[in-house]
Design a protein around this ligand. Structure first.
Ligand SMILES: [Zn+2]
Length: 492
């Protein structure tokens, strides 16, 4: 069985470069991978490498990309929005070249938000309307067909098996917003397809989520406790903070892997979480509903690596005018390709997520896949000054290393004079020692011109919003008794 896996993977790669999805063949591959996993243990590195696709030199990569972009542009021409754009610019999608691609203005989030139906081509079969739960206001809509959903489940199953993100016999707790129905459905189907047990805990009170993680179960063929936790960094910060208050220790949990996505995950957060969960493995994929179908894997050096087949990923300079140079920050501009995306079609979608182009070509274990730095922040919250830029990550990384700052770090940041940044932050105390420690941590990476320390989050003037604030209620919120850890879980 195991011998046949790489051959099938090569087949998948050929499918991945095609423009049709063969869902049934892919589903058979998932079965083969699960069987191989059961018979021989984890899928080998060779197999995982095969799925990353052939190594392409720049010329070959650009050839694949422009061919697929052209195909996607032909589909886009059948949407009201791009039909109009192409007519105005005099672009003929069938003959589209790199120069035309570069002349095509990035599609801002506001356009998709204002009229999502204008991005659906004639002949599409929308079935699910996914609403984003981002922190930037009114949700954005993306439609998906049943075929996209089913194909994404099998591709997702292959991908999580190879990345060893979820394995047969795992017990997976999803601590994400229940309003994010489409990603929750996908995650649940993918985990179930792989042979794990999955449940949605939601953004409930952290005490409740911790009690679920600590629960002992006795399901045949599965872990006795949740061993995979999938959540956002800010909610994870809330769990770490509350877990410490409630006296939880690593022996109370069986968590082995934590999947963090949707926000900035700092080193300080991971370090401080060790006291609660012990040494665990972190997986930090980059994904967003609007660019679904594409996405990035993280390597051990902390890059985001974007596989070539599912979409074109560009980094555009922060003034929006050109491709960012090596070492320079820019926003991720993404075009998800068919067959991964055919219902809501976006070309050069501006995610407004800032990353940096690596100054040198990466030499990490995923170096054959195009890479950027991890996300530095949203463009709207990035601050230009005479010394360059300060991003949300610069501030969050500094603050979350400090015990004086409760997790997740709650702060605001703004330009102060022409050459620096003023920061406001929630700390446990607002005494002189705390202010000194916070200022010293920030000054290592931020040109700090002003600092305001408060103890109540409600006193922040202009806080950076966090997903953990999208709290969901449960009956136990009406009585605190059930929020305490089970008797045996509390250390004596
Ligand atoms: Zn890397």
């Amino acid at each position: 069985m195991i011998e046949s896996v790489p051959a099938q993977l090569r087949y998948v790669c050929s499918l991945a470069f095609g423009t049709r999805l063969h869902t049934r063949s892919l589903d058979r591959l998932v079965t083969a991978l699960v069987d191989a996993r059961e018979e021989f243990g984890a899928v080998g590195r060779d197999a995982a490498e095969a799925l990353r696709g052939p190594v392409l030199d720049d010329t070959a990569r650009r050839e694949v990309q422009i061919r697929r972009f052209r195909k996607q542009a032909e589909l886009a021409a059948r949407t009201p929005y791009y039909g109009r754009v192409f007519a105005e610019l005099g672009i003929e999608p069938r003959k589209l070249r790199w120069a035309d691609l570069e002349a095509l203005p990035p599609t801002p989030k506001e356009m998709l938000k204002a009229d999502p139906d204008a991005f659906v081509p004639a002949g599409a079969r929308p079935a699910f309307r996914a609403l984003t739960t981002g922190t930037t206001g009114i949700p954005t809509t993306v439609y998906f067909s049943r075929a996209e959903f089913e194909a994404t489940v099998v591709l997702g199953a292959i991908s999580v098996l190879l990345a060893r993100q979820v394995e047969p016999g795992d017990v997976v707790q999803l601590s994400v917003s229940s309003r994010a129905l489409f990603p929750v459905m996908l995650a649940a189907q993918i985990a179930a397809r792989v042979g794990a047990v999955v449940y949605q805990a939601g953004f409930v009170d952290p005490g409740h989520a911790l009690a679920l993680l600590a629960e002992k179960r006795s399901l045949p063929g599965h872990r006795p406790r949740a061993n995979v936790l999938s959540t956002t960094p800010s909610y994870f910060g809330s769990l770490v903070e509350r877990g410490a208050e409630l006296g939880y220790r690593p022996r109370d949990f069986g968590v082995e892997r934590i999947v963090l996505g949707g926000e900035i995950a700092t080193q300080g957060l991971r370090d401080r979480a060790t006291r609660l969960f012990g040494e665990v493995e972190y997986v930090e994929p980059y994904a967003a509903t609007e660019i679904f179908g594409t996405g990035a894997l993280t390597c051990l050096s902390g890059h985001l690596h974007f596989p070539v087949p599912p979409g074109l990923v560009e980094v555009v300079s922060l003034d929006g005018r050109r491709e960012a140079e090596p070492g320079e920050p820019g926003t991720l501009v993404v075009t998800p390709f068919a067959p991964y995306r055919t219902t809501t079609v976006v070309l050069r979608y501006d995610t407004a997520d800032v990353v940096r182009v690596p100054a040198e070509p990466p030499t990490c274990e995923l170096s054959t896949i195009p890479a950027t730095s991890h996300v530095l922040g949203k463009l709207a919250r990035s601050i230009p000054h005479s010394g360059g830029w300060t991003f949300q990550r610069d501030v969050a990384e500094a603050l979350e290393t400090l015990e004086e700052v409760p997790l997740p770090a709650r702060f605001g940041m703004r330009a102060d004079r022409a050459d620096g940044v003023a920061v406001e932050v929630v700390a446990r105390e607002d005494d002189a020692r705390t202010r000194r420690r916070v200022a010293a941590a920030l000054e290592r990476s931020v040109p700090l011109r002003g600092l305001r320390v408060v103890t109540d989050p409600a006193s922040l003037e202009d806080p950076v919003l966090l997903r953990t604030d999208l709290r969901e209620h449960s009956f136990s919120d009406f009585g605190t008794a059930r929020l305490r850890p089970a008797e045996e879980a509390v250390p004596a």
